[in-house]
Design a binder for this molecule. Structure first.
Ligand code: PGA
Length: 251
């Protein structure tokens, strides 16, 4: 049914040489795994060289952000078709760090997701509540607003090119993972919401990843939940052995 996705978000870490060394270390550790869609997301400057290093492997390449226009006077931006040109098949959009530090909103996430899909990329759209939102009982309403706004106008047929990443902000980089039940509760809420917005079939086919302090020792429990279809991994994706252990969670 839904092929699991394990994606490594390298954030602002690693030079070109370090990025290539990491994928060279990773390739032999995951080469036999045909059951998981494996994705790595290096910094922009390393994308093209990493894409060459990944040729012939079972690892896909993602960027960590994109712009929504194809070209023009937009200093500093990168268009989805140029990410494709650099060898990407996926792009992460609306990560909470971008929402928190760079003014990303559901409206910009929506424009970026649509542009990414039109360029032939799979958009990994991130949502998640802060600790304050969770503690004040607003988790579901926050997630609902983010999903509705981020996916607005994306037709059900196109949802096949979207992966959702649920990343509670309080669990990112803190070592504090959501429990299996806490994560499953929100994943199931998201699938229910997608089913109301886009129909049961589209909702059943969308992969929903969990992110936030995923490690080799907690991935199995999370992946055992019926609506958790994979993981978006930060810290533990920066080393070949720990990322491979997460990718091979079923081995
Ligand atoms: P983390 O990051 O695994 O280091 O918590 C996850 C993410 O930000 O995608």
């Amino acid at each position: 049914m839904r092929k699991p996705v394990i994606a490594g978000n390298w954030k602002l870490f690693k030079s070109i040489a370090e990025s290539i060394a990491l994928v060279d270390g990773l390739k032999p550790l995951v080469e036999k795994n045909r059951d998981v869609e494996i994705v790595v997301a290096p910094v922009f400057t390393a994308l093209n060289r990493v894409s060459e290093a990944l040729k012939g492997s079972n690892i896909n390449l993602a960027a960590q952000d994109c712009f929504w226009e194809e070209e023009g006077a937009f200093t500093g931006e990168v268009a989805p078709k140029l990410l494709k040109d650099a060898g990407c098949s996926h792009v992460i959009i609306g990560h909470s760090e971008r929402r928190q530090y760079f003014g990303e909103t559901d409206a910009t996430v929506n424009k970026k997701a649509k542009a990414a899909i039109s360029a032939g990329l799979t958009a990994i759209v991130c949502v998640g509540e802060t600790l304050e939102e969770r503690e004040s009982g607003r988790t579901f309403s926050v997630i609902e607003t983010q999903i509705q706004g981020s996916l607005d106008g994306i037709p059900a047929e196109t949802l096949a090119n979207v992966i959702i990443a649920y990343e509670p902000v309080w669990a990112i980089g803190t070592g504090k993972t959501a429990s299996d039940d806490q994560a499953q509760e929100v994943h199931s809420f998201i699938r229910g919401l997608l089913s109301r917005l886009s129909g049961v079939t589209a909702a059943e086919n969308v992969r929903i990843l969990y992110g936030g302090s995923v490690k080799p020792d907690n991935v199995k429990g999370l992946m055992g939940q019926s609506d958790i279809d994979g993981a978006l991994v930060g810290g533990a994706s920066l080393k070949a052995d720990s990322f491979a252990a997460i990718v091979n969670f079923n081995a």
